[in-house]
Design a protein around this ligand. Sequence first.
Ligand code: 13P
Length: 251
Amino acid sequence: MRSKLVAGNWKMHGGTAQNQDLLRAIVAGTADLRGADFTVCVPYPYLSQAQTLLRDTHIRWGAQNVSQHDKGAYTGEVSAVMLMDFGCHYVIVGHSERRALYGEDSDTVALKFQAAQVAGLIPILCVGETLDQREADVTEQVVAAQLDAVIELAGVDALVKSILAYEPVWAIGTGKTATPGQAQDVHAFIRARIAAHSPKVAAGLQILYGGSVKANNAEELFAMTDIDGGLVGGASLVADEFVAICRAAKN
Ligand code: 13P
């Protein structure tokens, strides 16, 4: 049986004072929950704060991006080893905002995935289609290509120490959630594609859904067979909402 994971993706939001309130409220609000994992992926400058406030708690923390290089003349980049230095457990790779706004292609994402694992981080690999692609009925091809780039570079066994997140681009920040059925269909497709390489890896892999997950829709999404939790943007910035989503993962 796969356990559930709820990951907050703060994106480019936060500030020292508000982070402190938010993190404390999340720790307190989830203290009685067992059997599911919770994490926050914060902007780089707040990793130290997350480490200080979360180190003795059940909440893990991580980053939202990582360099594919291990060190060198890469101005503005942050390596996986540096993230480990701040106690990160996870790092998001291949978020659609990075693919669309910063030109990250699937080959670069695969390199980042690998760099994260080499340093000991668990990559949270994001895949998902745009609205145009869904309407053109190529969702499965798009998601398959994004996934295959990682499998080709790192091998299917590398997925054992990773998390997948299906995030339909049209559902991100739009308030337009995929229906539980729509999400389940793609999650099942992803799992079947991995099972074609290794049924064992596929069965154990946590696949999160992301895209307008809120307190009022989390439970029905998390009830689906192949949905193992959520990657949460906007609602992860509001303590009560995020705590309620964590509680839905526990139910
Ligand atoms: P929202 O929850 O704000 O739609 O964002 C989803 C997301 O992109 C998480 O990575």
